[in-house]
Design a protein around this ligand. Structure first.
Ligand SMILES: Cc1cc2nc3c(=O)[nH]c(=O)nc-3n(C[C@H](O)[C@H](O)[C@H](O)COP(=O)(O)OP(=O)(O)OC[C@H]3O[C@@H](n4cnc5c(N)ncnc54)[C@H](O)[C@@H]3O)c2cc1C
Length: 423
């Protein structure tokens, strides 16, 4: 049996573990936190578990849905068509084919251009012809300067934290076409955490060694091979050696741990920047609004996602208030301070709200910044180290960053290793 180490128990690491263990390999999975699920993991409130960052599943997330079916979560799905809005000047405007016609901040001509692009994005699925172009220039032609600067520039800034001229037009066009805005969304009534819990138990039953609270602190690379892994656990620190290593942790974390990487490869990976994020989950007495998703242009947060509009099983109404790429000093604020800032600004849009509780979650690594240069720096699944592989959203651009993409990436990397083992 081949010994394989997986660093990270998010969807990519778990996908890889599943495929490898089912193929009869010996798998050890190291996870730094106390729960599986990565960015999709959950926290507990009043006996319920809710994802720390907003999460839902799209209709075409086939890998995630297949897992939900396998782990008996499929019969119990909340499927819903959702409403989406944009907000500025403390007002919310609905995004829909009809309602967009009434937006009074766009001229008739602008509305037509916006609608034309929206419809085109539903039909055209392959946007590789835009590869190499930036979103600023492309949108200027596709929808005109007014729509670009009033809608897309703030919209993308709250999502990516970089200006339009740094964003790939191909990536933006792909996003426009996805069903997030119009399709049905899915959330398992038993909670997303059940997917990760059942998947983790299944892996353990099959013989995987899942080590929670066990951050990898050093990966030793010697003579062109990754060998010893140093990790911390409750008993202190420990070392194990493996035949193959799969990294799914964020690249800056991996670079800190990896000793002996070839210099050229290291500097390629060092070019990749990551986007931070802060997400507050809050419980309210009444629903915040009828919109599941609202992009907010002029507040310290950028998105509100009203979980209750998809899953209303809690004694309170749950809503996430989230911000990608927050200003640096937000990370220095305490949870109380950041909650106070976000909630008082939210009240300016929705004056009726009564906040019952908040929970602040932060990540320095929500995603690599898929800027226009990303394709040049992106690592592949295989690396110059013959037994070291990557999986996860660092290697899947231009696909959407999602659990589904990460699961698929884990399967793909596992397959590559299985091919190596058998040849
Ligand atoms: C705000 C937000 C909202 C999102 N919404 C959705 C959504 O609605 N639907 C959807 O499908 N996707 C959503 N995503 C994206 C989805 O969560 C990610 O694409 C997915 O989790 C990436 O999986 P991954 O396994 O590549 O990485 P991660 O989920 O980041 O997993 C990496 C794992 O590595 C662990 N790790 C880090 N360092 C170490 C170390 N030294 N040793 C051991 N382990 C380590 C981490 O703790 C983590 O568990 C969202 C993401 C964010 C940030």
């Amino acid at each position: 049996m081949t010994k394989i180490a997986i660093i990270g128990g998010g969807p990519a690491g778990l996908g890889a573990a599943k495929k490898l263990i089912e193929a009869g390999q010996q798998v050890t999975l190291f996870e730094a936190s106390d729960e599986l699920g990565g960015l999709a993991r959950s926290f507990e409130k009043d006996g319920f578990r809710i994802p720390i960052f907003y999460h839902h599943i799209l209709q075409f997330d086939f890998a995630t849905r297949a897992l939900m079916k396998e782990f008996n979560l499929m019969d119990d799905l909340a499927h819903k068509k959702i409403k989406m809005g944009i907000s500025f000047d403390n007002k919310v405007y609905e995004i829909s084919k009809i309602k967009t016609l009434f937006w009074n901040f766009l001229s008739l001509n602008d509305k037509w251009k916006f609608a034309r692009l929206y419809l085109k994005s539903k039909i055209k699925k392959d946007w590789t012809d835009l590869e190499g172009r930036n979103a600023h220039d492309w949108l200027g032609q596709a929808v005109g300067i007014n729509v670009r600067d009033k809608i897309f520039a703030p919209l993308m800034y709250v999502k990516y934290g970089i200006p339009l001229n740094m964003i790939s037009a191909a990536e933006l066009a792909m996003r426009l076409g996805n069903e997030e805005a119009t399709g049905e969304l899915i959330y398992p009534k038993e909670g997303l955490h059940e997917l990760y819990k059942r998947l983790g138990s299944y892996l353990e039953r099959k013989g995987a060694d899942i080590k929670l609270n066990s951050p990898v602190i050093k990966v030793n690379i010697k003579d062109g091979k990754a060998g010893a892994i140093f990790y911390n656990d409750r008993n202190g620190s420990a070392i194990e050696t493996f035949d193959f290593v799969i990294n799914t942790s964020p690249l800056p974390v991996f670079l800190r741990a990896a000793h002996g990487l070839p210099e050229e490869f290291r500097s390629q990976l060092e070019q990749i920047k990551y986007c931070k994020g802060i997400c507050i989950t809050a419980g309210f007495e009444k629903p915040v609004s009828k919109y599941y998703w609202t992009n907010v242009f002029d507040k310290p947060f950028g998105i509100t996602v009203e979980h209750t509009n998809l899953c209303d099983i809690y004694p309170w109404k749950a809503c996430w208030v989230s911000r990608y790429a927050p200003p640096e000093d937000y990370f220095a604020l305490s949870d109380e301070q950041i909650s106070e800032i976000f909630m008082s600004e939210l009240k300016k849009i929705h004056s009726h709200i009564k906040v019952l509780w908040t929970k602040v979650s932060r990540s320095a690594f929500t995603s690599p910044v898929y800027d226009i240069n990303y394709i040049k720096q992106m690592p592949e699944c295989g690396t110059p180290i013959k037994n070291l592989f990557f999986a996860g959203i660092a290697i899947t651009y231009p696909k959407l960053r999602s659990q589904n993409t990460a699961f698929e990436s884990g399967y793909g990397t596992a397959q590559k290793i299985l091919e190596k083992i058998t040849t």
